[in-house]
Design a protein around this ligand. Structure first.
Ligand code: TRP
Length: 455
């Protein structure tokens, strides 16, 4: 039988798929968000819950997404429909893909704003703005940037164009090429920074903060944040990994590739934490400083050190690269869908999508200045987009995907795609995706929703 191919192309080999998916997974979530939410939620206990969520919920759902994408070889909306129909169910399952495209837009819009901050800091580091800066002044610089909508708009626009250009290049000349160049660079930069933190920061204090599991500090809220983050950091719940899976070689094993991707993503988050917290503690700063953590603490640290201008520059380049390879995966599912469904040229579809997310992003960046009094449920637009996606839409997407793969896709199909016999490995996954993942996500999700409404 001729192997089914995606009309968009295919990854050259299994490692390109692993690196591309890791590129999607490793992003602002790992380097910016993970350290600051860990700080806000008291450290160790939060990290432990996060690790459990990755293993028990993230990995099985990621396998489910890859499985559906690779079998259908289409964008998430069409893939969900096709696989549902194949197993004798309603074509309406495509709504999971539609919700995913919507989540992708929403994530992109605030993601691009943060990426814009990063680009601004790349330029600032290059021109020596932070040499010798103290923590108070660094705070002022960051807040000054948030208030300056014109500067934010310029960087946001540049980032949207960067992402659009890669996605418009297609799977091989765009996504794959970007992966081949940027992923090795990312790993090298990360290790250099870890080395710096081990030599100059309070490494022991940073380590203890991350790995001393004090469960008494844990709240329901923190559990929800940890769960939401495990979806966010693995790029799950909206079809990004499903889209990447649709370009994956048939021969490659889904379970081992997914474990590799999740492992690398987790490793990068922990290394980022180990790079940032020792610096935070060495400078007597507050680990619970919130979203500004990385943008205030790191410039101070780099500002004090010999060669800090270069290292600081490199570090923000690293984050920019990570954000770039992730944002690509936020646009790819919608781009592929427009091409498949309306026969649109890829470049046209990318321009349309870029315009849409650019507009939404302006609302997100306005949260800090001209739109600061616009709120949704007590949150500004930026926080609302983050909350609504990471804590509601992605977990919801995850529940639907796990129920779909666990209960609606035929067992034979699952066995076939995973290339497994009915053995222990298969049943471990099958139990996770049928019971553990949907039940755990639903409970945490409902408890939290109840608290939001009641509280
Ligand atoms: N995982 C990325 C990060 O950690 C963000 C991201 C990219 C994402 N694609 C996604 C999140 C799809 C959710 C869904 O920064």
């Amino acid at each position: 039988m001729q192997e089914k191919q995606s009309i968009h192309g295919a990854w050259a080999n299994r490692w390109i798929f692993i690196l591309a998916a890791t590129g999607s997974a490793v992003g602002l979530g790992n380097i910016w968000k993970f350290p600051y939410i860990t700080g806000e939620n008291g450290g160790g206990a939060f990290v432990l819950v996060y690790l459990v969520c990755i293993l028990l919920v993230g990995v099985p759902i990621m396998m489910g997404e890859v499985l559906v994408g690779r079998r259908a070889r289409q964008s998430p909306i069409n893939a969900m429909r096709e696989i549902a129909v194949e197993s004798g169910h309603s074509a309406k399952w495509s709504f999971v893909g539609i919700m995913g495209v919507l989540s992708g837009f929403m994530i992109f819009s605030f993601y691009s704003v943060v990426a814009g901050w990063v680009l601004h800091y790349v330029a600032g580091m290059a021109s020596g703005d932070f040499v010798g800066i103290g923590s108070e002044d660094a705070g002022k610089v960051f807040n000054g940037l948030l208030g300056d909508w014109k500067t934010l708009l310029i960087w946001h626009s540049i980032f949207v164009v960067m992402v659009m250009t890669v996605v418009a290049g297609g799977v091989n000349k765009g996504l794959e090429r970007a992966t081949r160049i940027m992923m090795p660079a990312l790993f090298v930069l990360l290790l250099v920074l870890l080395g710096y933190s081990m030599n100059t920061g309070h490494f022991g204090a940073g380590w203890n903060f991350l790995f001393q599991f004090d469960l008494s500090k844990l709240s329901w809220d923190a559990v929800l944040v940890a769960l939401g983050h495990s979806f966010f950091t693995l790029s799950l719940g909206m079809g990004a990994i499903m889209a990447y899976g649709s370009y994956m070689p048939k021969k490659a094993s889904i379970s081992s590739t997914v474990l590799t991707i999740a492992g690398m993503d987790t490793l990068v988050a922990l290394i980022a934490g180990l790079a940032i917290f020792p610096i935070v503690f060495a400078n007597g700063m507050d680990p619970g400083a919130g979203p500004g953590l990385m943008f205030v603490t790191l410039p101070v640290a780099f500002g004090q050190m010999a060669g800090g201008q270069i290292f600081g520059f490199l570090f923000f380049v690293l984050i920019a690269v990570a954000a770039w390879t992730s944002a690509i995966s936020l646009m790819e599912p919608a781009a592929a869908w427009l091409v498949e469904t309306f026969g649109m040229k890829r470049s046209t579809s990318c321009v349309l999508l870029a315009l849409t997310v650019w507009g939404l992003g302006i609302m997100a960046l306005g949260s800090f200045n001209f739109m600061s009094d616009v709120t949704f449920f007590g949150m500004n637009t930026f926080d609302f987009l983050d909350f609504a996606t990471a804590n509601i839409m992605l977990p919801l997407g995850g529940i639907f995907i796990s129920l779909f793969v666990g209960w609606f896709v035929k067992k034979r199909v699952n066995l076939d795609e995973l290339a497994l016999e009915e053995n222990g490995l298969f049943y471990t996954w099958y139990i996770s995706i049928r019971f553990i993942a949907p039940v755990a996500v639903s409970i945490i999700f409902l408890v939290n929703l109840y608290q939001k409404i009641a509280g």
